[in-house]
Design a protein around this ligand. Structure first.
Ligand SMILES: [Cu+2]
Length: 230
């Protein structure tokens, strides 16, 4: 009897360890579709998933991210990154631009997650003068602007979790590498005046979810005619 007790305990411990290992290894894609309050596809929405239990093993590596300045626009218009990511700003126009942080939220009253100001030379000056790297350590958001071209706007959202994505023109975003288990779906849009409702998820393998903004965002600003500042 006593001799069999130990293997039994070992088997139980092994089974538990396997279950935990599988739980950590499980990672899947979550496809989220976001619509406006009136039911239209909502582009430029940051979709963030926050697992109920933090799993350090499931945190994907942070990739570098590039934001372009082209034809007096920031491209992409909305960028979402996990905190700790370095963003490379690249001016592809033939004239100087600034990249300056502006306040966010209603009336720009919320200070930016990071305050900075760069001046990037035109593309012909070469990569050393036409680009610069900035690392964003703290979660939050930043409105991007330029002193010379006052209408230039971009938005940067810095997420506290690595599971973050931005919806495309069809209102769709895919959050990759999600661990199984309970999680919360959060939305953020640069035009929002109040926080958006959160949604509880129970993830197991690849899944899809839909969500709705509480308002109808304005259409994305149109670029100025090309060549106006050449
Ligand atoms: Cu500019």
């Amino acid at each position: 009897m006593k001799r069999n007790a130990l293997p039994g305990k070992l088997a139980l411990a092994l089974a538990l360890a396997l279950t935990q290992a599988c739980g950590l290894a499980a990672a899947a894609d979550l496809q989220v579709t976001v619509t406006t309050a009136s039911g239209r596809p909502a582009p430029d929405v940051v979709v963030m998933v926050v697992p109920a239990v933090a799993s350090p093993a499931a945190s994907p590596a942070t990739a570098s991210v590039t934001i372009l300045q082209r034809d007096n626009r920031f491209e992409p218009y909305v960028t979402a990154i996990p905190a700790g990511t370095t963003v490379r700003f690249v001016n592809q126009d033939r004239y100087d631009h600034h990249v300056r942080s502006l306040g966010t939220g209603p009336m720009g009253a919320v200070p930016p997650a990071k305050s900075f100001e760069l001046r990037l030379a035109g593309v012909q000056a070469g990569p050393a003068k036409a680009s610069a790297d900035v690392t964003f350590e703290a979660p939050g958001s930043v409105v991007l602007g330029c002193h010379i071209h006052g209408s230039m706007r971009g938005h940067l959202f810095i997420s506290g979790t690595p599971w973050v994505a931005v919806t495309d023109e069809f209102g769709r975003a895919t959050v990759s590498g999600m661990p199984d288990g309970a999680a919360e779906l959060r939305l953020w849009h640069p035009d929002q005046l109040t926080g958006q409702a959160t949604q509880a998820l129970q993830l197991k393998g690849s899944a899809s979810a839909s969500a709705t903004l509480s308002f109808n965002p304005q259409r994305r600003p149109r670029p100025r005619p090309k060549g106006e500042y050449d």
